[in-house]
Design a protein around this ligand. Structure first.
Ligand code: DGL
Length: 270
C-alpha cells in the first residue's frame, strides 16, 4: 500500500516532489495519464471517466488514499466521485482546499462562517475546464466575503509543458498574465491553480511583478497531507515501494520527468 498522487500528466510531479520531501518515509504511487493530457480542454463527463479509471488503477496498485494533484479533476470530477463512487474504506482528496485555506488564513477544519480576509483582488490562473467549473470561487465563498476573483483560462500552457516546449510555455504564460492584467490591473495575490504551473512559477512571478504574492500548491498540499496522515495514520498502509505509472510512452515521460525534477525518474506502463 502507498499514497497515490494523480495528475493528467507531469504537473502532479510538482506536488509529488513536495510531499516526498515532507514525508520521506511514505511510499507514493504516481499516476500520470499522459496519453489523455491535457484534461483542461475536456468536458466534465470526460474528466470524470478518465479520473475514475486512473484512481481505480491506483486502488489496484495498493493505494487506500489518492490525492488528485490535478485542479481540473478536483474541480470537474471530485465532488461527483465523493458523492457516489468512492468505496467507504478509500479516500480521494483534492488540491483546492489547502490553497484556499492559505489564501483565507484558515487552519484545517475551521468551518466558521465566511469572513473578510486580507486580500481583496485575486488573480486565478487555471485550465479552461477549472475556470469554467467555478469550483475555486465556490470553495472561496464558503470561507471569505468581499474577495474579487478574476480568472484567466491559460489555454495551451499544459500542452506546451507536456511537449517539453518551455519556450512556448513561457511565451503563453506572459501573454496570459498580460490578458489578466488588462482585466485586473492590480491583483494582490495570484493563484497558480494548475499543478503544471509551478514549473513556470518564476515566469509567472516575473510577469506579475514583485508586489503580487504568488500562491502555488505543492508545499501547501504537502503540509495538508502530513496533517491528514497524522490524524489518519492507517491510510498510509504498509507498502515500501514508490512507483511511477503512465498511460503514455514510459521512455518519453521518464525523460521529461527527469528534466523537470532534476533527478532520474523511471516511469512504467500503467
Ligand atoms: N495539472 C492539471 C491541473 O492541475 C491538469 C492540466 C490539464 O491536463 O489540462 O489542472
Amino acid at each position: 500500500m502507498a499514497v497515490g498522487i494523480f495528475d493528467s500528466g507531469l504537473g502532479g510531479l510538482t506536488v509529488l516532489d513536495a510531499v516526498g520531501r515532507r514525508l520521506p518515509e511514505v511510499p507514493f504511487v504516481y499516476f500520470g495519464d499522459n496519453a489523455h493530457a491535457p484534461y483542461g480542454v475536456r468536458d466534465a463527463q470526460d474528466v470524470y471517466e478518465l479520473t475514475t479509471a486512473a484512481v481505480e488503477r491506483m486502488w489496484e496498485a495498493g493505494c487506500d488514499l489518492v490525492i488528485l494533484a490535478c485542479n481540473t479533476a478536483s474541480a470537474a470530477a471530485l465532488r461527483r466521485m465523493q458523492e457516489s463512487w468512492i468505496p467507504p474504506e478509500k479516500r480521494v482528496l483534492g488540491v483546492f482546499v489547502p490553497l484556499i485555506e492559505a489564501l483565507t488564513e484558515r487552519h484545517w477544519g475551521d468551518n466558521s462562517p465566511p469572513r473578510e480576509v486580507a486580500v481583496q483582488h485575486v488573480a486565478l490562473f487555471a485550465t479552461p475546464a477549472t475556470v469554467s467549473s467555478r469550483a475555486f470561487q465556490r470553495e472561496l465563498a464558503f470561507r471569505a466575503i468581499g474577495v474579487d476573483v478574476e480568472a484567466q483560462a491559460c489555454g495551451g500552457v499544459v500542452d506546451a509543458i507536456e511537449d517539453g516546449d518551455l519556450i512556448l510555455a513561457e511565451a503563453l504564460v506572459r501573454s496570459h498574465v498580460d490578458a489578466l492584467k488588462r482585466k485586473m490591473p492590480l491583483p494582490e495575490a495570484a493563484i497558480l491553480g494548475c499543478t503544471h504551473y509551478p514549473l513556470m512559477e518564476t515566469i509567472f512571478a516575473e510577469a506579475l511583478g514583485p508586489e503580487v504574492k504568488v500562491f502555488s500548491q505543492a508545499n501547501l498540499v504537502a503540509e495538508s497531507l502530513a496533517d491528514y496522515l497524522e490524524r489518519h495514520p492507517a491510510m498510509v498502509g504498509t507498502g515500501t515501494e514508490s512507483v511511477f505509472l503512465t498511460t503514455g510512452d514510459p521512455a518519453t515521460v521518464s525523460n521529461r520527468a527527469t528534466q523537470f525534477l532534476r533527478r532520474r525518474i523511471e516511469f512504467q506502463a500503467a
